[in-house]
Design a protein around this ligand. Structure first.
Ligand SMILES: NC(=O)c1ccc[n+]([C@@H]2O[C@H](COP(=O)([O-])OP(=O)(O)OC[C@H]3O[C@@H](n4cnc5c(N)ncnc54)[C@H](O)[C@@H]3O)[C@@H](O)[C@H]2O)c1
Length: 374
């Protein structure tokens, strides 16, 4: 530990899942001065080897158990498809590593609870990639609400509109789509920031939700879920999440509108990305590398960030660099914990359960009840 109270813990990083997110996080980690060793893993050997080569990684395998058992590894980024998160988490906990896993923490509520318990017992410092927390607007919102600037919060509203490409892309890589609802996959980001901004003392006691299925039924998911949460102190939060907007919708992923009302103030957040609009005769090249038939775009609307001159900029860079600093120096960071990730999974699944039953669901609901009835 140096005179400023900071540690120096060299990082041996495992990157499991070398897709879009693994690549962004891997590039930042490769540039981080505290990273001494990098190992990559992907079941898609070509894709994984390519990232390993681009990063100058020390090791590559297609078997995450082999990578996570290596003696050089002390930290792991787990960025596979959603249904694989749980398996990789068990192996990373067993390896005794610090962990950053992508959301959702798992796709089974009972397993998610067990994972969080095991991680706590093992001291894994399990964190979940709720990247939006690292944008200045949400950090400022949290600071203002928790300092009491709005008085006591009485209500909140959130409207999330998503381009249907999000659901199409996420579902096509997961064979079992039964739990991959708009809330579990995408609404979870908006849900996390609202719970985080409102603070731990706001305890949800009920959720009442309705879903609609039409446009996206063919790919095995619903179009939208509208929910009303009631908290112990009477606070209300209404949240709508619709991920069936057409592919030509100018936002690449999320468009969010938020209002938070307190006894002494109100905070509105326009996170729709309508502040930077580009129209061109040429079709837009998406971050997925395709040229969509889309000619008008809300720039900056890809939630992770953007490539500029061969480098990645945006909230995912802030998030991963902040995590690497946490590992290396021991500084405090605002990441979502494993417990937050589990809470988010439970809340999003409770919305789906209420919509299925067409009845309110009392909270907290047990993971077993979710798994039995959802
Ligand atoms: N934090 C955020 O803001 C954010 C943004 C986008 C996606 N995500 C999440 O990140 C995760 C990955 O998303 P992505 O866009 O990078 O997906 P992707 O499809 O581009 O990449 C996933 C990779 O994981 C690999 N993989 C699958 N099973 C594996 C296994 N058992 N072992 C090793 N590799 C395996 C796949 O071959 C693929 O290369 C998803 O859970 C997604 O929901 C988070």
């Amino acid at each position: 530990m140096n005179a400023r109270g900071l540690e120096k813990n060299p990082i041996g990083l495992a990157i499991v899942g070398c897709g879009k997110v693994g690549r962004i996080r891997g590039r930042c980690a490769a540039e981080y001065p505290g990273t001494e060793w990098i190992g990559c893993c992907d079941v898609d050997e070509k894709r994984g080897k390519q990232l390993a080569e681009d990063l100058g990684a020390d090791f590559f395998t297609t078997d995450y158990r082999e990578l996570l058992a290596r003696s050089e590894v002390n930290a792991a980024v787990l960025a596979t498809d959603e249904n694989e998160h749980a398996g990789t988490l068990w192996a990373a906990i067993e390896g005794g590593h610090k962990i950053l896993v992508e959301k959702p923490l798992a796709t089974n509520a009972v397993e998610s609870a067990k994972i969080v318990e095991a991680a706590e017992k093992a001291g894994s410092d399990l964190l979940v990639g709720y990247t939006q927390r690292f944008r200045r607007r949400w950090l400022i919102a949290k600071e203002q609400v928790s300092s009491g600037q709005l008085g006591d919060i009485t209500s909140a509203t959130t409207r999330a509109f998503l381009n249907r490409m999000v659901g199409i892309t996420r579902l096509e890589v997961n064979e079992d789509r039964s739990k991959l609802s708009p809330m579990v996959i995408s609404g979870t980001h908006a849900l996390d920031v609202i719970f985080w901004v409102l603070g731990e003392e706001k305890k949800p006691v009920e959720v009442y939700a309705r879903s609609v299925e039409k446009t996206l039924t063919g790919i095995g998911t619903k179009d939208a879920t509208f929910s009303i949460f009631t908290f112990e102190d009477g606070t209300l939060w209404s949240m709508s999440c619709c991920w069936s907007l057409p592919v030509v919708w100018p936002a690449s992923t999320y468009s969010l509108e938020v209002g938070i009302v307190g006894t002494e103030g109100v905070l509105t957040i326009d996170d729709t990305h309508r502040d930077m609009v580009m129209a061109s005769e040429k079709p837009w090249q998406t971050h997925r590398g395709r040229r969509d038939e889309k000619y008008v775009t809300f720039l900056g609307s890809y939630p992770s960030g953007d490539m500029v001159d061969g480098q990645f900029w945006g909230p995912m860079r802030e998030e991963i660099n902040s995590w690497l600093a946490r590992l290396y120096t021991g500084v405090k960071t605002p990441h979502a914990t494993g417990a937050d990730g589990h809470r988010n999974l439970m809340m999003t699944m409770a919305c789906d359960l209420s919509a299925k039953r067409k009845k309110p669901v009392a909270l907290p609901v047990s993971p077993e009840e979710i798994e039995e009835d959802l």
